[in-house]
Design a protein around this ligand. Structure first.
Ligand code: BG6
Length: 506
């Protein structure tokens, strides 16, 4: 391999008007606008493009546009080209309004009518719900009832819903039900930013574009799977949101479950949205539902105490602003899940995620079975290094294979070695926000990276037994771990019970 390969050129998205609800918020400024900038700089935004911001704050189109221009350099992931900014912000409008007032949608409709005429955006509309979750239902319903999201005359109308999508199985079902009462499934794009990550998308390519892995991707060859999403960040300024949410709800039904379903799904019949989404939902349906007792035994929840993360002092979670001093909200969770199907029966999937841990590390590690017999007298099988295939998603995007090799010398001594494919060594990539592909896909109508209603509910169905069991147990059973550590000792015991151990956090 000599040179690096750049991504093949894709066509610009369809002409459209993007309407962002929650336009004055953090998500808009920190991620959406920089992602739009990156799309524009790569020539992937349509020529006919317009942006309407909707928020409660009193403002005007000119002030909103100036705010975006001011915050963009702060959050941009690449150098700013003023010509691209000028083009991106050449048609920006602002509507002040409450999400649950019909008058807001009347004003949005008037702005849209004018802009669609002026910019020739062909009536295509992308509504982005970048608001707190309480506004999802009112906005979705008003968009449906007002006719703003009605597809007519060949124009598409799509709605992106941010996370969290519900707070448990019942509320996620209810939100789906309400949105599906006014919109068609193919108009709803439920976002999970993990699916915008290149390495996450690559899981499907690794599994299904190589003949190598599929024959061994099953219980006969795989012994267990570890999915780790460790964050070094503490809860910081998000105390209010986090204390009502916790690590399980914040990370598992969405991000970790997406990783699990990509690893465990059956090969879809086609690389098309419905085929892929059906397989993902199907494998989640096969996850064993646990009784209260099993859920308690197969889970660990913990909260971080004082410590040091990357040489910075971090205060205990309970001292965080807007967190109750006696809070029993977990900042760490580890789960053991089993999948009841022919491919995975008996293969545990261990999931863990936590805040204020030793380092940021997101990876899926697949442990293959040991060699069956002790052929090498000097190194019996139980002392051979483990065979792991590791898909590293963050911070360094790579795929590694860990296996045994002969240590050079006259005797047969064996040592563990590794082979690593690093994305950056092979491909030219520009730093991105992770939202580019997701927004672009939505503009071209490709829903492959967006979970369907059944997929969302299947994710919640997996975590609901843990929510119920913990609710019943109350604060009892909440462990602690030192900020800057690998997590609580109880999580080590969860694996030790099965004769296994977690991979270290780097
Ligand atoms: C978000 C969670 O969905 O994902 C955050 O709400 C978390 O709490 C974040 O920090 C992690 O995303 P990433 O891309 O940094 O792994």
């Amino acid at each position: 391999m000599t040179g690096k390969t750049a991504a093949t050129s894709a066509r610009p998205a369809d002409p459209c008007c993007l309407v962002i609800f929650g336009a004055s918020g953090d998500l808009t400024h920190r991620l959406l606008i920089p992602a739009l900038y990156n799309l524009a700089a790569s020539g992937l935004l349509p020529e006919a493009f317009a942006l309407i911001g909707v928020a409660r704050t009193e403002s005007s189109s000119a002030v909103f546009c100036a705010d975006l221009a001011k915050s963009l350099p702060k959050f941009a992931t690449r150098d700013i080209d003023e010509r691209v900014v000028k083009k991106l912000l050449s048609c920006v409008a602002y509507v002040q309004g409450e999400p649950d007032h019909a008058a807001t949608y009347k004003k949005v409709g008037q702005k849209l009518a004018r802009i669609e005429r002026e910019r020739d955006t062909k009536g295509n509309r992308l509504f982005y719900l970048a608001t707190p979750p309480a506004a999802f239902t009112p906005i979705g319903c008003h968009l449906g009832q007002s006719g703003l999201a009605r597809e007519e005359n060949g124009a598409w109308r799509r709605v992106v819903v941010e996370k969290p999508f519900g707070t448990d199985l019942a509320s996620a079902g209810d939100l789906n039900h309400k949105l599906l009462g006014v919109l068609k499934e193919n108009q709803i794009f439920r976002i999970d930013h993990y699916l915008g990550k290149e390495t996450v998308q690559n899981i499907m390519v690794l599994r299904f574009a190589n003949g190598l892995f599929e024959p061994i991707w099953n219980r006969h060859h795989i012994e267990h799977v570890q999915i780790t999403v460790a964050e070094s960040l503490s809860v910081g300024r998000r105390g209010g949101y986090y204390d009502a949410t916790g690590a399980l709800r914040d990370m598992v039904p969405n991000h970790l479950i997406q990783l699990l379903s990509l690893i465990a799904m059956e090969p879809p019949s086609r690389f098309a949205a419905d085929a892929v989404r059906a397989e993902k939902a199907q494998v989640l349906d096969a996850v064993q539902l646990q009784t209260n007792g099993e859920a308690l035994r197969n889970s660990v929840r913990a909260q971080y105490g004082d410590g040091y993360v990357e040489n910075r002092a971090v205060e205990a979670y309970r001292k965080t602003k807007d967190v109750k001093p006696d809070s029993s909200t977990e900042t760490y969770v580890a789960l053991k899940l089993l999948i009841d199907n022919w491919r995975w029966a008996g293969v545990p999937f261990y999931l863990r995620t936590g805040k204020a841990m030793r380092a940021k590390q997101t990876e899926v590690a697949i442990k293959f079975r040991q060699a069956p017999v002790a052929m090498f007298r000097e190194t019996p099988v139980d002392r051979l290094a483990d065979n792991f295939l590791v898909i590293r998603i963050q911070p360094d995007e790579c795929i590694g294979l860990e296996f045994n090799a002969k240590i050079p010398g006259p005797s047969v001594a064996i040592g563990g070695v590794g082979m690593t494919f690093k994305y950056g060594d092979y491909f030219e990539t520009s730093p991105s926000t992770g939202y580019e592909t997701l927004i672009y896909d939505c503009m071209i109508g490709d829903a492959i990276l967006y979970p369907r209603a059944d997929g969302i509910e299947a994710g919640w169905r997996v975590v609901q037994p843990f929510l119920d069991a913990w609710h019943e147990a109350g604060a009892a059973g909440l462990a602690t771990y030192r900020a800057g550590s690998d997590g609580p000792a109880e999580a080590d015991q969860l694996l030790a019970r099965d004769g296994r151990r977690w991979r270290p956090i780097a």
